[in-house]
Design a protein around this ligand. Structure first.
Ligand SMILES: NC(=O)c1ccc[n+]([C@@H]2O[C@H](COP(=O)([O-])OP(=O)(O)OC[C@H]3O[C@@H](n4cnc5c(N)ncnc54)[C@H](O)[C@@H]3O)[C@@H](O)[C@H]2O)c1
Length: 292
């Protein structure tokens, strides 16, 4: 199982990053989205990331921009999956949408194609059957790709175990650190831990216990990290955070889900929309003195 041709489904926050890293790692990349506007935005976001990488490391912007030129952006599913060795799906965190996408791609993908999903909190077994090839279906879940470099590999009970080393090698070739999860779990390992922190931060805010800034400061200064829970939520995307929160029946989560919904109705979806809990590109938590 040699992987050369990579097909990314969904050109949003995560699909864009995985596609860019795959192109930088010399794979042939096709990225598909149902929304042509998302494809335009994705290309622009890739260019921005390349310039950021060039600024923060010795990376050459021109080679990154060349890699973007080699990516094929399409809203045609047949063209997207043509000759794909692997699909990595990053469409909306919504069971119905993911089911529709996997049903479609199960029918049109070449026989050789490995199917992987990037779902954050759902399970691969929820889509494996509808894809028509449960034995070649596995979660391959990236985090931020450039900043947080873990990639979770989580099989469902019907996944062919031979797939795991193939996905580990693929993850490493994308400069990630593979982490194999032994049994299906909502949120893998890291997201399960992170989810508890983000949901507690959300409840503290919704209950008026602390402000966004105070909660983030408290976290940042004590863990000695450069982002707090609300900055992390902004980078994930508040729509994704809302999808997870609204399905959480714990007390306090509904109030936080309502707060998020209010922000989304005002177009505040986090980094990708320019505003969430903070305003971008120069959020307050990155300003000198935030932790003074
Ligand atoms: N944002 C993150 O940091 C992050 C990290 C790990 C995993 N994930 C997971 O990746 C997935 C995508 O998250 P995101 O934050 O990139 O979302 P996003 O909203 O930024 O992007 C989702 C994209 O899916 C597209 N889409 C919707 N319906 C589609 C369809 N039927 N066919 C093709 N494309 C369709 C949308 O047009 C959009 O461009 C989710 O499952 C999420 O849980 C996200």
């Amino acid at each position: 199982m040699k992987i050369k041709n990579v097909c990314i489904l969904g050109a949003g926050t995560l699909g864009t990053r995985v596609a860019l890293q795959a192109a930088l790692s010399q794979f042939n990349v096709r990225i598909y989205d149902i929304n042509p506007k998302a494809l335009d935005t994705s290309k622009k976001t890739m260019e921005t990331i390349v310039h950021q990488l060039a600024k923060s490391s010795g990376f050459e912007a021109d080679s990154g921009l060349n890699a973007i030129q080699g990516i094929f952006f399409t809203d045609n599913p047949q063209v997207a999956v043509q000759d794909a060795d692997i699909i990595n799906e990053s469409v909306l965190e919504n069971v119905k949408v993911k089911n529709e996408v996997w049903e479609l791609f199960g029918q049109i993908a070449p026989e050789k194609t490995i199917f992987t999903t990037n779902t954050s909190f759902l399970l691969p077994s929820m889509f494996a059957e509808i894809s028509g090839r449960p034995e070649r279906f596995c979660a391959l879940h990236f985090h931020d790709v450039f900043y947080a470099k873990g990639v979770d590999i989580m099989p469902h009970p019907g996944t062919d175990p031979k797939l795991i080393p193939v996905l580990e090698a693929f993850g490493r070739s994308l400069e990630q650190v593979p982490v194999v999860i032994q049994k299906e779990n909502h949120g893998y390992l890291f997201n399960a831990m992170l989810g508890a922190i983000l949901s507690t931060a959300g409840k503290l805010l919704a209950n008026g216990v602390g402000s966004v800034e105070a909660i983030d400061k408290s976290y940042m200064v004590n863990f000695r990290v450069d982002m707090g829970p609300f900055a992390i939520m902004d980078s994930i995307g508040l729509d994704t955070v809302w999808h997870v929160t609204v399905n959480n029946n714990e007390e306090g989560s509904k109030a936080f889900a309502a707060l998020l919904k209010g922000m989304l109705d005002q177009g505040k979806a986090g980094v990708k929309s320019g505003e969430g809990f903070y305003k971008y590109p120069n959020p307050a938590f990155r300003q000198p003195g935030f932790l003074s």
